[in-house]
Ligand binder design. Structure first.
Ligand code: FE2
Length: 422
């Protein structure tokens, strides 16, 4: 094989390797270093460097070989120098070409020659100078041939594209990060607004201070125990905070009546789920179904709830969760006409009403979450904190919860077996 053919094959091989290196997803600096070694190896050059231009100012050395690390410090490139690189021929880039009109070379000729640099090739991508490749002379002492210039042009172009792509990816990642921050800020603003609304609802009802916030937290705990995704859990927490937003349109005296209200006032109060839906439906919430959860939080599985008298499967699961959280908070907090109920009493109520008012699966999940806190299996004890430390302290609490869970879970497996045998 002729030496020129051999050289051609070698160059093709080097270009193929370079392509792979540039397309790889590995470390950027490593990619540039390897690319430069390939270039130096292909032409048997003694030294070289790849420097990156990102606007005016000092150039950043990305890879260096056969030169002292500090030897390229202090190089700057301004707009006129960039311009002279954009239009110059490669022979204009030879350091020893004293007739070259290249402004950068004219200014730095002595320093470049002193470091043994013979050729400065710009990496131009889409009309922009991305950086410069500085090359020393050939180890053989020969001059660069036209073939060498061709190889250099091709390989330098490859490296330039690699740097350019890397920059684009960096910009893209930066923008994605900015967008993510913006999105997080918007979500935080939304959550703060929701909390402000919850506080406004609770202030209107002087006997149930903090009710909406607690319903939000109980709902979140139940949903998480039921295996909902973090996104869904966040959504139901918001629904809990806002479930009574419709009360904002109900007369304050009816909400705060210190006794059981009459039928007329009761129907006025019962408007609040539909009113809540009307307030929430036009808003574009970042979570699904929040208006529906507010609308149906007073529905019952047996169809005796309101506003629509829906039955079991017609009620959205989120509304079932909020409904239980709402009732649980009502039972476990003092009201103007009664003291809160004992935990034992509450468990009796939950057991009796599972399948009628509440979904047994939801009750079982809540009971499991409470039991975990009682047994100390969880890091923070949020339910205990909301109920007050002494409320869940009795010896029988664990047994009550375990029995409730066993009974309710037994019910589903029986229901499941029945459904399968049908
Ligand atoms: Fe309500």
């Amino acid at each position: 094989m002729e030496p020129s053919t051999q050289k051609l094959i070698h160059t093709f091989g080097a270009l193929a390797d370079l392509g792979q290196e540039i397309a790889g997803t590995g470390d950027f600096t490593e990619m540039v270093r390897t690319s430069m070694h390939l270039l130096l190896g292909t032409l048997a050059l003694r030294r070289g460097a790849v420097i990156e231009c990102s606007g005016p100012g000092p150039l950043r050395c990305v890879a260096i070989w056969g030169l002292a690390d500090q030897s390229l410090s202090g190089f700057q490139i301004d707009d006129s120098e960039m311009e002279s690189f954009r239009c110059g021929e490669i022979t204009e880039s030879l350091v020893k070409n004293t007739s070259s009109t290249n402004v950068f070379l004219t200014r730095h000729r002595d320093k470049l020659a002193h470091e043994g640099i013979e050729l400065v090739v710009p990496m131009i991508v889409r009309g922009e100078v991305t950086g410069l490749v500085l090359l020393g002379g050939k180890a053989s002492g020969e001059e660069f041939s036209n073939d060498d210039f061709e190889t250099i042009r091709a390989m330098v172009r490859h490296i330039g594209v690699g740097i350019h792509t890397h920059r684009l990816l960096e910009q893209l990642a930066q923008r994605a990060e900015e967008n993510r921050k913006l999105y997080d800020d918007l979500r935080a603003i939304y959550r703060d607004t929701v909390k402000a609304f919850a506080a406004a609802i609770d202030i209107k009802d002087k006997y149930t201070q903090g009710h909406s916030e607690r319903v939000g937290k109980y709902s979140e705990i139940i949903a998480r125990e039921m295996g909902w995704s973090e996104e869904e859990v966040e959504g139901i927490q918001i629904a809990g905070y806002l479930h009574d937003i419709g009360k904002l349109i109900v007369d304050r005296d009816i909400i705060n009546a210190p006794y059981h209200i009459d039928a007329k006032n009761s129907s006025e109060l019962n408007r609040h789920p539909n009113a809540g839906y009307e307030i929430l439906a036009p808003i574009r919430h970042p979570y699904a179904d929040i208006p529906l959860m507010a609308k149906h939080h007073h529905e019952r599985l047996d169809g005796r709830g309101y506003p629509d008298g829906l039955t079991d499967e017609q009620i959205p699961m989120g509304a079932k969760i909020v409904s239980l959280a709402d009732s649980f908070d009502a039972m476990t907090t003092d009201r103007p006409y009664r003291r809160r109920r004992s935990f034992e009493d509450v468990v009796v109520d939950l057991r009796e009403n599972s399948g009628k008012q509440f979904d047994g699966k939801v009750v079982a999940a809540f009971a499991r979450a409470i039991l975990k806190e009682v047994k100390g299996d969880t890091k923070d004890r949020r339910i205990v904190k909301m109920l007050g430390k002494s409320y869940l302290e009795g010896e029988q609490v664990e047994t009550l919860l375990t029995d409730l869970i066993t009974d309710l879970e037994g019910d589903y497996s029986r229901q499941g077996a029945k459904a399968q045998s049908l």
